[in-house]
Structure formats: structure tokens, C-alpha cells
Design a protein around this ligand. Sequence first.
Ligand code: C2E
Ligand code: MG
Ligand code: MG
Ligand code: MG
Length: 282
Amino acid sequence: AGYAKANNLPYVIFDNDLLTRKYEFNLLGLFPNALKEDQTFLMYQPVIDAQSNKLIGLEALIRWNSPDYGLIMPNDFIPLVESTQLIHPMTEWVIRKTIQTQNLLYEKGFKFYISINLSIKNIKNPGFFDRVIKIIEEEKAHTDLLIFEITETVLLEEKKHSKKTIQSIKDAGIKIAIDDFGKGYSSLTYLSQFRTDFLKIDRHFVSHIVDKESIKQIIQATVKLAHQFNLKVVAEGVETLEMFEEAKKLGIDYIQGFYIARPMNEDQILDWYKNFIKESKV
Ligand code: C2E
Ligand code: MG
Ligand code: MG
Ligand code: MG
């Protein structure tokens, strides 16, 4: 009897896929309100010059503090949001918020780059760039201190359209970084085809910078080529002094990673910076 009963359960409790899908469905349903109610917030992670140890800028990274689910990291909700049109208001929110933060810091004499991650969907969306221009004007952005980060897959998929969009971004005075370089399919041909300014080497690649000879060689060759096209190369995910020293040796220009600083909220930036210049003695 027990056997039959067990087989007659009205639903399957341990179907993880189903639970995941239900969870994702809930998250998506909650997201529009999250944006409106400022449950999303930005953290900022420093990028420094490997040679001089001077601060170059910050990268804005979104998080979602959900009253229902707690703190949710971008990798757990951005792919979902990207599967809908919500990615446009989200990115526009990030851009506006970043500009506001940058302006506040700027008034206090803190004049550094801040970079913003764009999604492939944003680049493909015809009205996106016009809306960005409107935000820039409304918020009186220092466009010369803004960087848009784009992953290379974006460039691959929609070459003609992305070329045009990148051109418009550049015309607005904003700089472009190729993000996550080395992750998935990589092609050095973009370096010559797109007018980009920074190349960010993916964290998973950088994680082997000390122990894998082949990775070192690839990074060194990438740096050389990038420099020929006047791109500055950033190593992401530098977690130790050894990695920092190795990146420097291989010619990497800029460093980002927990070794330098973790992402922090807007209020922590100035204190962090004061401490940073005191300690680095530059
Ligand atoms: P990303 O653009 O490559 O950003 C760098 C990620 O690496 C961040 O994760 C950062 O916290 C993490 N990181 C930095 N240094 C280290 C390190 O030394 N060790 C380790 N283990 N991790 C490090 P985060 O904030 O979780 O963001 C993950 C990804 O989510 C980002 O990768 C980006 O692709 C996406 N993302 C974040 N914010 C936004 C956003 O506003 N818009 C869009 N479209 N995507 C975003
Ligand atoms: Mg990024
Ligand atoms: Mg990114
Ligand atoms: Mg990256």
C-alpha cells in the first residue's frame, strides 16, 4: 500500500528543474517593481594602473535586494531579465544611477572613469541609444569619464549593427571596453575592426596567470596586439599579489580584482580612496 501511495503523489516534490523554473518565473514577475522601488542598487569596484598604482576608475555592478528572496547577484537574474524587454529599463536605470553617482563624486573632486555593463540586447535594440542620449543630457553626464563594457559575443553576432552603435557611443564621447575577453569564442580581429579603448581579460583566464605557461603566453601576445591598436588591457579577477606581479610582468596596463578592492557602495568610495592613496604612497 505504501508503495502505491508513494507513486500516487499529486506532484513531484524533488523536481529541481521545476522549482528553479518557478523561482525564475517569480523573480521575473517581481523585477519591474524592484526597479521602481529601488530594490536594485549598484556596487563599484576600482580599477588601478599596474605601474603607477593610481586609480583609473570604477566598474558599476548591479545587485538586487529582494524582500522575498534576499540579496540576488547579477549572474542569477541578468540572464532572466535579458530574456525579456526588461533589460532595457534595467540598463537605463544603471546608466542614470551611475551618472548621478559620478556627478556627486565629481563635485567632491573625485574625477575618474566609471564603466557600465551593457547587454547584447541593448545593442540590438533600435531605440536604445537615443534613450541613452536623453539620459546623458538630462543628467548632464561627464561623457568623457564614462565607459560602456560590451562582451565580444555582441560584436560577433550583430557585426553591422554593433559597428554603428559603437560608432554612436564613441561619437557621444563615451569609451568602449571589450569585456570578458578570452571567455568563449575569442577573436583578435575586433581589435582592428571596432574602435574600442579597453580590453578586459576574463577572470577565468587570469586565474591561471601564475601557474599556466600557455596562458601567460596567450596573455602576453594579446597585450602586444592590443597595444598596437592603442587599447589598454585590463586584467579582471586579480586576487593575489602573485597574480598582480605576473600581470604587470606580462604588460597588463590596468588591474581589477579582490586583491585591490572588492566592489563597494557609493558611500564607501571616498573613504576607500583616501586610504588607498595613503597606503600606496604615490
Ligand atoms: P563582469 O562585467 O565581468 O564583472 C566583473 C565580475 O567579477 C563582478 O561580479 C565582480 O564582483 C567579479 N570580480 C571582480 N574581481 C574579482 C576577483 O578578484 N575574484 C572574483 N572571484 N570575482 C571578482 P558580479 O558583480 O557578480 O557581476 C557578474 C556579472 O554580471 C558581470 O561580470 C556582468 O557581466 C554582469 N553584470 C553586473 N552588473 C551588470 C549590469 O549593471 N548590467 C549588465 N548588463 N550586466 C551586469
Ligand atoms: Mg564588466
Ligand atoms: Mg560584463
Ligand atoms: Mg568581465
